[in-house]
Design a protein around this ligand. Structure first.
Ligand SMILES: [Zn+2]
Length: 300
């Protein structure tokens, strides 16, 4: 196993990739109708997705399609709220996702994935990382998230990929073995479903927060340092179906004022837990560590 520490200073911003392709070509990913007991092929058309039995899902004006079935929702508006999505967008606009984006792309560069391969980002949020993968590697990208607000934002900002509202904890609406790469970036993990969807020889990249992620913020607000070992728990959960290939740590630090700190809290995976945001106003400006573990898996 290889463990490497990368630090990418935030002031070394790299240019955003400019490659964009139209969605005029029909997708190659075999979609499957999500209606219980159907499982017919779902045809992705300009304004809708429809199966041979006539189950029909309208595509929104922004292009995404909501395939979430009623029984798959736990609440009326599951997943990240619009406020959380907007907070994350502001954090990304401050450059806070750049180090992780570069690390994800660097990891993918080292694999010999087929040109224009099929990529699924499960729990893609507002789409920042999938957009980078599609732009740089010409992948056919599919982003899935349970939050309509997140998928709406993704579809508006990144027409290079295709976006679905669906529950990544359940059965995802794709045929077996169709993806060359699956990413789960600080998102929910579904080892059995990822294994079903990954092509033989495919790659799975799971990003979890490092124990030191936001350690200063958590320490200042809650006296909690460090966090739990998410990598160990993740590797154990995936072990029956996946072999851990290697692990890369990416860390950076950002100096944030109270507005930036609030956006970071609201938009991060800790957002719900820390929704109270008590004490934030008293913090002033704080240097915050952002740190992740990139776990690369191969299917057994
Ligand atoms: Zn159907």
């Amino acid at each position: 196993m290889r463990i490497k520490l990368e630090a990418v200073p935030l002031n070394l911003r790299r240019g955003k990739p400019v490659l964009r392709k139209s969605q005029g070509t029909p997708p190659r990913a075999p979609l499957v109708c999500p209606v219980r007991g159907c499982a017919e092929t779902l045809s992705w058309e300009n304004s809708q997705a429809i199966c041979s039995r006539g189950h029909l899902f309208d595509r929104a004006k922004s292009g995404y399609c909501n395939l979430l079935q009623v029984q798959e929702r736990k609440s009326r508006q599951p997943g990240d709220s619009k406020a959380a999505v907007q907070a994350r967008r502001r954090s990304l606009a401050r450059g806070l996702g750049e180090a992780l984006r570069e690390a994800v792309c660097s990891r993918v560069t080292s694999w010999s994935l087929p040109p224009e391969g099929l990529v699924l980002d499960a729990g893609c949020g507002e789409g920042y990382y999938l957009d980078a993968l599609c732009a740089r590697f010409r992948f056919e990208g599919w982003g899935v998230d349970i939050s309509t607000a997140a998928i709406e934002a993704a579809a508006r900002a990144y027409p290079i990929a295709r976006w679905l509202v669906a529950n990544a904890d359940r059965t995802l609406p794709f045929a077996d073995g169709c993806f060359d790469l699956i990413t789960s970036i600080t998102a929910r993990k579904n080892p059995a479903e990822f294994h079903r969807l990954l092509a033989p020889g495919g790659h799975l990249l799971v990003v979890v927060a490092h124990e030191n992620d936001q350690v200063e913020l958590r320490g200042a607000l809650f006296g909690e340092v460090p966090d739990s070992d998410r990598a160990g728990a993740t590797t154990a959960a995936f072990a029956p179906l996946f072999e851990l290939e290697d692990e890369v740590v990416v860390s950076t630090r950002a100096v944030l004022d109270p507005t930036g700190l609030k956006d970071l809290l609201m938009g991060s995976y800790r957002g719900e837990r820390f929704s109270a945001q008590a004490g934030l106003a008293q913090l002033g400006t704080l240097a915050v560590t952002l740190s992740y573990r990139l776990l690369s898996f191969r299917p057994r």
